[in-house]
Ligand binder design. Structure first.
Ligand code: FMN
Length: 365
């Protein structure tokens, strides 16, 4: 209500990237003011409900709805986003060395389609800066996933070195790691999703994780790979095969799309990755395909166009154990998390599921 009537009209009159920066950095600063964090929690936090709890690759999640990568690229507002009730927070994509990203403007609203197009190009302050911030966190109320990528200047033959450098800098600070090979805004990155290149990258990443685990003690932390929706059935099959055999702990489906089908907004001609409502059906289809190909054995995190409980439930029934959102937070505001979780809880009760885990992949049974 407060977001729709007050904050959104102001933010939507601003340049999208400026609005974004103001919100994320404002959130980062606001939580340092005594009393603000509890106040935010009282507005937005999600009540614990054991039926919605889930455990995935050894990590406990209060419910299935997390924050997707790209909103808090430098981990400047982790505590603020945690107060919005997310069950996990994905920070990044971070690269070994800070880089400016593409020229502005590079973020566009498509309100008629409830969508965004972005060609940010991994603008971020680099792995060391993020490590410092995560090390200084006062509270960690939700598991943190660190999404890692390669610098624009690094050729694909050397990509593995960049992913390893990110892991070296950030291993102690993440609960799990996301290998991003699916952003459309770093030239050539999506080629890493296929065949021998993917095999080699996965091998390198697993080796680094093993080395870091040895140093830190404890079991190797989970590693999941985020894929694009713009693949043929045959390509999905090949990629999923490599990931399953190569020992990935999970898969995020999906990143933004290059498709422009059915859009009405004038901004549809902008270059970049499309997120939000128009991505929902396609990303659910990819989740369904992955589940079918793996018999439900490879954990899936669903991402793409989730605006309400129904959208989240569709992805869970198709095979996702967790889901994550970005664009609906921009259009609906922070209350969207609590609403999605409440609607999800109603839908699973309606269908007779006692725990959310029982609904995962239900469409296939
Ligand atoms: C402005 C913007 C920046 C993004 N940056 C990243 C990123 O750095 N790394 C990444 O893996 N995904 C990134 N994404 C993709 C989101 O994490 C998410 O997978 C995608 O937007 C689909 O979810 P949604 O429809 O709920 O937004 C970005 C999305 C947007 C809109």
């Amino acid at each position: 209500m407060l977001y729709r009537k007050v904050a959104k009209p102001i933010l939507f009159r601003m340049d999208p990237e400026q609005a974004h920066r103001l919100t994320v950095h404002g959130l980062g600063k606001a939580v340092r003011v005594p009393g603000v964090l509890p106040l935010m929690r009282s507005f937005w936090d999600v009540k614990d409900d054991p039926r919605l709890e889930t455990e995935l690759f050894g990590i406990r999640f209060r419910h299935p709805v997390g924050l997707a990568a790209g909103l808090d690229k430098d981990a400047v507002a982790v505590e603020g986003f945690a107060s919005m009730g997310f069950s996990f927070l994905e920070v990044g994509t971070v690269t070994p060395v800070g880089q400016p990203g593409n020229d502005r403007p590079r973020l566009f609203r498509l309100p008629e389609d409830e969508a965004l197009i972005n060609r940010m190009g991994f603008n971020n302050e680099g792995a060391e800066a993020m490590a410092g911030r995560l090390a200084r966190l006062q509270t960690r109320r939700a598991p943190i996933a660190v999404n890692i990528g390669k610098n624009k200047a690094t050729p694909n033959e050397k990509a593995a070195d960049d992913y390893r450098a990110c892991l070296r800098a950030l291993y102690p600070h993440g609960d799990f790691f996301v290998v991003n090979i699916s952003s459309p805004n770093t030239p050539g990155l999506r080629q890493l999703q296929h065949g021998e290149e993917l095999k080699a990258l996965l091998r390198a990443v697993r080796e680094e994780i093993a080395e870091q685990a040895l140093k830190a003690g404890g079991r190797p932390k989970p590693i999941v790979v985020k894929i694009a929706p713009d693949m043929t059935e045959a390509e999905i099959e090949q990629t999923v095969g490599v990931l399953a055999e190569g020992g990935a702990d999970g898969i995020i489906a999906t990143n933004t799309t290059l498709s422009r089908d059915g859009l009405r907004s004038p901004n549809r001609t902008q270059e970049g990755g499309l997120s939000g409502r128009p991505l929902a059906a396609r990303s659910t289809e990819v989740i369904r395909a992955i589940w079918r190909l793996t018999g439900g054995k490879l954990p899936i995190i669903g991402s793409g166009g989730i605006f309400d409980g129904r959208d989240a439930y569709d992805k869970i029934r198709a095979g996702a154990s967790l889901v994550e959102i970005y664009t609906s937070l921009i259009y609906r505001g922070p209350g969207v998390v609590r609403r999605i979780v409440a609607e999800l809880s109603e839908l699973m009760a309606r269908d007779g599921f006692r725990r959310i885990g029982d609904a995962v992949g239900a469409d296939h049974r």
